[in-house]
Design a protein around this ligand. Structure first.
Ligand code: AN0
Ligand code: CP
Length: 315
């Protein structure tokens, strides 16, 4: 594997998921693979799970890890090629990415969208510029429009917990107080559309995802209908794609609660975290045995480890 930016870098999904579960069974089996190799993790935005699970995965493979909070601790980076740099940005990504590539064998980058300019965000240029200029393999730690390590984790988790060969998986929009990216639902849809699952998306009108991610997935504005017979409920808030970056609804009728979970086929509740309790989902669901959010977050290690393993094997 030369890069991990989207599902397109993972053509053999069932094999990748199975290999992730092998890592989980025997985390230290390939402890020699990463000896004398260094992973660099660059964060333009906050993180708990991605930051720690990816470090843990690298350690399991014997790698060294260096981490930087780019926005706080480094120079302001200009992303635009050809820019006249007479503003507040001290360094161009062309040098910065290439320099980090001198120190690291693999680089991970997290960078959220601005949610102001859709065309700009959907060019996904921060991660793109690192891929262009780093000279080493790049892993997306969540870009402006995708979160592939989360989606691989989610697929591993569904594989672990499914009770039928082809489970019904429902992505439901849920309310939130802040405008959030579409990266997690975009990626989740992109991965579920390629997995062997019965995939349904439910959201209020105006929250349609970009067609390149939603594909031909069934979409309904009726959340209760979507929940009927579901094996997995995957909740997430996102801001509007069509009215870009806007909050169109704060309707708490979309909050996931125990009464709605009763409509399902004993579904497991999933969320990528961080989650706002009693806004996105009620305590009664999150604290019930049906919630697998902690196990899901735990699986972030195995998604990162299988990706790092494949990259190390290809160095
Ligand atoms: C981020 C998002 O929605 O993309 C990160 C999720 C992994 N969430 C928040 O900012 C709350
Ligand atoms: N799910 C996830 O990516 O969490 P963090 O933002 O804490 O890394």
């Amino acid at each position: 594997m030369k890069q991990f930016l989207s599902v397109h870098d993972a053509p053999d999904l069932p094999a990748l998921v199975a290999e992730g579960l092998v890592c989980k069974k025997n985390p230290f089996a390939r402890k020699q693979l990463g000896i004398d190799k260094t992973l660099g993790l660059l964060f333009f935005n906050a993180s708990l799970r991605t930051r720690l699970s990816t470090q843990r995965a690298a350690q399991n493979l014997g790698m060294d890890v260096i981490v930087m909070n780019v926005s706080q601790d480094s120079w302001g980076l200009e992303m635009l090629d050809g820019a006249v740099m007479d503003g507040d940005k001290a360094e161009h990504v062309k040098e910065a990415a290439a320099v980090v590539g001198q120190y690291c064998d693999i680089i991970g980058v997290r960078s959220f969208p601005g949610l102001a300019d859709r065309d700009l965000d959907y060019r996904d240029e921060v991660i793109g510029q690192f891929v262009r200029y780093a000279g080493v393999p790049v892993i997306s730690l969540e870009s402006a429009i995708r979160h592939p390590l989360q989606s691989l984790t989610d697929l591993i988790t569904i594989e672990e917990y499914k009770k039928t060969a082809r489970p019904k998986v429902v992505l439901t929009w849920a309310p939130h107080v802040k405008a959030l990216p579409q990266a997690v639902p975009n990626s989740f849809a992109e991965w579920m559309n390629r997995a062997d699952v019965d995939f349904v998306i439910t959201h209020p009108g105006g929250y349609e995802l970009d067609k390149q991610f939603a594909g031909d997935a069934r979409v309904t504005h009726n959340q209760r209908e979507a929940f009927e017979g579901a094996d997995f409920i995957y909740a997430k808030n996102w801001s509007s794609f069509t009215q870009y970056g806007q909050i169109l609804s704060r309707d708490r009728n979309w909050t996931v609660n125990a009464e709605k979970m009763k409509l399902t086929n004993g579904a497991k509740f999933m969320h990528c975290l961080p989650v706002r309790r009693n806004v996105v989902v009620m305590d009664e669901v999150l604290d019930s045995p049906d919630s697998i959010v902690i196990q899901e977050a735990g699986n972030r290690v195995w998604a990162a480890q299988v990706v790092l393993k494949r990259m190390l094997e290809a160095l």
